[in-house]
Design a protein around this ligand. Structure first.
Ligand SMILES: [Cu+2]
Length: 180
């Protein structure tokens, strides 16, 4: 016996089409209402005036920095700064297609607070063998604190596509053993 195929006539088909069209209209209306409501209620994230971004750096206001001119900011001279209290700050500028400084030397076993910004487009800052992975946004400063445990070289790669030279955007961190 041949299997019975249930055929739908064109009236039934139109009925289904209308139902699905109606569902799509209802979903679009709900989305529009949700977007409008979030504008009204202020749930859209924004950087507040006070302490925005949590940075207290020269030339950084409300977490914002002028990506065209780093004069007067610590990013004018990127590199490692010894805070003389057992902690370090590392200032890194990403630009197509390298990081500045090209080789960053950090001490092992000491907390290093990184401050990253971009001079042009969006970049990524991924340090191999660690959980360091930050997005570097022009006009903003990303920061995090980490401690490198074991001495040795680590590759840094840009993991946000930034242009034709993106695949060459490799630099190094060298973790140095503590001086005796
Ligand atoms: Cu890139």
């Amino acid at each position: 016996m041949a299997p019975r195929i249930q055929r739908l006539d064109h009236h039934t088909m139109e009925k289904y089409e209308n139902i699905w069209f109606g569902i799509a209209v209802v979903m679009s209306v709900l989305l529009a209402v949700a977007v409008f409501a979030s504008f009204l209620s202020g749930t859209i994230p924004r950087i507040e005036d006070e302490g925005g971004g949590g940075h207290h750096l020269e030339g950084v206001k409300n977490g914002r920095i002028n990506s065209r001119n780093f004069a007067g900011t610590p990013f004018a001279t990127p590199g490692l700064v010894d805070n003389k209290d057992g902690t370090y700050s590392a200032f890194v500028v990403a630009r197509a297609f390298a990081f500045d400084p090209p080789v960053l030397k950090v001490p092992a076993g000491k907390p290093v607070t990184f401050y990253l910004t971009s001079a042009d487009v969006l970049h990524g800052y991924y340090v191999e063998k660690t959980n360091v992975n930050a997005t570097v946004v022009p006009g903003q400063v990303a920061s995090f604190t980490t401690t490198f445990r074991s001495p040795g070289p680590l590759n840094i790669v840009c993991d946000e596509y930034c242009g034709v030279g993106h695949h060459n955007m490799l630099n190094k961190i060298i973790v140095e053993a503590p001086q005796p």
